[in-house]
Design a protein around this ligand. Structure first.
Ligand code: NAD
Length: 481
């Protein structure tokens, strides 16, 4: 079986312990053995990043541009292969995997350009004979902690700005999907990064992640994952000496509002894509479908018809619409919430049962609940599976109220042909991203990504906004002499 080592100070570093990476579409298929890092590995990686920082932070934008561009070109040229690696370990369909690998290449390419665009400001002082210069500097050694559901795009959208703005990095990918991050780090390294600028330590959050949070030489942590872990991360960053800058991207309970005047086909397309594609395992998934009275029954009937046609099967098989759930634990969590919803009186109108396929995998028929209220746990807690519930409302005002009545605020969508309601919703929904007649999931890479309330904490990711987190501002006062 292939062995994949951590990558520290420019060298592969094995570990005493390894973890088998298993294909969720076929649990007999073991992808490889991946190093499980220790506290000592983390300390070594941070020391390497610290040593590499002074020289890397003073490289020219051109040097950083060229490395990121070379990496982008390789990722894009190999997107089919990388997409296959991704789908094999995570379980999203091959088309989704290839799409995500392509996205990683685009992100790297975008930030290659951003190296050349970092600017500052010169201003007059309120005092005579003084000039002011506001510049941005890299933060230092940055720790990146990523989740399993976007195994290459999220590492890319953290790594690319971190490196573009002159930081050095220790990255810890989710232990369920180390192969994609390993491949990305390998590409960046071969693209010409000096030793120690980028270090990969794979393994458990409670060991590798915790060691990163506790280490004084990490200046900033960018985390994407669940709210529960996010809280721990933020608390640890504030408690450490010196305090760490922190950025958290977390869960969602994203509403898709469907109004009476919606184009029904558009609404059903948005719901199917947003709720069930990528097996519903997206922070931007539409898990609450808020539907007005008059269209409710027609919408539910059309949605169920579409769900009946969804092919749930091996992620790598041609024709599959929905791959397996990522692992046994997540499958049990999905089934747990299906039971909770039933016990609370929701009606399971379609799906929700385990499926057997040619190979042993974590297959679940996408599930739809009706007769739900926004007070039920199925409406309030992130399930992170192919499960959605329909909440019936009377009016647009009630729909907006329900959409906002949540602890989360990542993405929100509305399906309507009314300019009045679309405009009002865009202005008044409490979410970081709003979609009009589009699925709640599916975003561009050159604009800010993030949410409000329990979904995000700290500066936005992606696009030029990423500089807020990955740089620190210096204000210089200069006597004119
Ligand atoms: P998770 O919180 O379990 O793990 C995220 C990462 O944190 C992993 O790398 C994990 O190993 C690490 N970790 C776990 N315990 C840790 C600890 N004590 N200290 C430091 N690190 C620790 O999340 P997950 O299950 O991998 O991902 C699913 C979650 O991610 C969902 O809630 C989803 O909504 C969220 N997510 C959010 C976004 C976004 O941008 N808002 C994007 C994708 C996923």
């Amino acid at each position: 079986m292939s062995h994949f080592a951590n990558f520290i100070a420019g060298e592969p570093v094995g570990a005493n312990h390894t973890t088998a990476n298993v294909n969720p579409s076929d649990t007999n298929d073991v992808i490889g053995d991946f190093s499980s890092g220790t506290k000592a590995d983390v300390a070594e990686a941070i020391a390497a990043a610290k040593q590499a920082f002074p020289a890397w932070s003073r490289t020219t934008p051109q040097e950083r541009h060229d490395i990121l561009k070379r990496a982008a070109d390789e990722v894009l040229a190999r997107k089919e292969e990388l997409g296959r690696i991704l789908s094999r370990e995570e379980g999203k369909t091959l088309a989704e995997g290839v799409g995500e690998a392509g996205r990683a290449g685009q992100v790297l390419s975008f930030f290659a350009g951003e190296t050349l665009r970092l600017n500052g400001e010169m201003m007059g002082s309120v005092r005579p004979g003084v000039g002011i210069e506001v510049t941005r500097e890299p933060v230092g050694v940055v720790g990146l902690i990523t989740p399993w559901n976007f195994p290459i795009a999220i590492p890319a959208w953290k790594l690319a700005p971190a490196l573009a703005y002159g930081n050095t990095v220790v990255i810890k990918p989710a232990d369920l999907v180390p192969h994609s991050a390993w491949a990305l780090v390998d590409i960046l390294q071969r693209a010409g990064l000096p030793k120690g600028v980028l270090n990969l330590v794979m393994g458990k959050g409670s060991v590798v992640g915790a060691a990163m949070l506790a280490h004084p030489d990490i200046a900033a942590i960018s985390f994407t994952g669940s709210v529960a872990t996010g809280r721990l991360v933020a608390a640890a960053c504030v408690a450490s000496t010196p305090m760490k800058k922190v950025q958290l991207e977390m869960g969602g309970k994203n509403p898709l509002v469907v109004l009476d005047d919606a184009d029904l086909k558009v609404a059903v397309d948005c719901a199917v894509n947003g709720a069930f594609f990528s097996t519903g395992q997206r922070c931007t998934a539409s898990s609450r479908l808020i539907v007005t009275d008059t269209v409710h029954d027609a919408f539910v009937a059309a949605l169920v018809e579409r769900m009946k046609g969804l092919i749930v099967d091996d992620a790598l098989k041609a024709g599959t619409h929905i791959g397996p759930v990522v692992d046994q634990k997540q499958l049990e969590q999905d089934e747990h919430y299906i039971r909770i919803a039933r016990d609370e009186g929701a009606r399971l109108i379609w799906g929700g049962e385990r499926l057997n396929r040619q190979t042993p995998g974590f297959y679940l028929q996408p599930a739809l609940f009706t007769e739900t209220t926004n007070a039920m746990r199925i409406s309030r807690e992130e399930v992170f599976g192919p499960i959605a519930n329909v909440i019936r409302v009377k009016t647009y005002d009630e729909a907006l109220h329900v959409a906002n009545d949540t602890d989360f605020g990542l993405s929100a969508g509305i399906c309507t042909t009314s300019l009045k309601y679309a405009s009002h919703f865009r202005r008044n929904v409490e979410a970081g991203m709003v979609m009009v007649n589009l699925p709640t999931a599916g975003v561009d890479y050159h604009v800010p990504f993030g949410g409000r309330k329990g979904s995000s904490y700290g500066p936005r990711e992606q696009g030029a906004y990423a500089r807020e987190f990955y740089t620190t501002v210096k204000t210089a006062y200069i006597a004119a002499g």
